[in-house]
Design a protein. Sequence first.
Length: 226
Amino acid sequence: MRPRFQGPLFTLRGIQFDYPGCGPVLRGVDLALAPGQRLALTGSNGAGKSTLLWLMLGLLTPSRGEIVAFGKPRRVEADFTEVRRRAGLLFQDPDDQLFCPTVLEDCAFGPLSLGWSRAEAIAAADHTLEQLGLGHLRGRVTHQLSGGEKRLVSLATVLCMRPEVLLLDEPTNALDEHTRARLLAILDALPQAMLIVSHDRAFRERLASDEHQLRDGRIAPLAHPL
Ligand SMILES: Nc1ncnc2c1ncn2[C@@H]1O[C@H](COP(=O)(O)OP(=O)(O)OP(=O)(O)O)[C@@H](O)[C@H]1O
């Protein structure tokens, strides 16, 4: 296994972004994520939190500013291939993450795309499903899962790729109390650094070590820090 990176995992400086034809969403975001840190990011609907996660993985390109990930400046698409291998994004909507016929195939998809052999990918998928207590879902048709099952399986698809950092976009959205507690226990036991976008205050308080707020396109001081 690759030794864990010791410096800041992500450093964002002066990130600006606007969607074509819309006003600016981000007006100069400065943010750093350290190894082992669990940083919560809050902000009202439309503040730009998901946009920021997408920028960090190179799925969008900032109009200004610098993204340093795993010690290297990342500017062009080719720079982000490595970033996407080492940082896993849990999408806000599990249906955006799950697109294969079965749970096992969805979990094996990421490792296969990293160039692992089929045997390695299936072993990683089975191991992760078992680790998360989801082994019984292995052969299920993904689109027939419940919302909570989809959320846990989508986390499994991310963890199968052994990411060093997790970017979590509203992980507790639409979960019942039981599944929410289960997700919290799973995440709390993980060693990875996390950037946790969540409107769920109690969840943030349980999981995160630090909190930032995105307001008016920038990181703003918190009225009530964790
Ligand atoms: N593809 C797009 N084209 C144009 N505007 C977009 C696009 N995607 C998002 N936006 C707009 O950018 C702004 C920021 O959206 P974003 O999803 O990043 O906010 P958010 O903080 O994650 O919101 P929420 O808490 O509701 O999930 C919103 O005003 C949104 O309507």
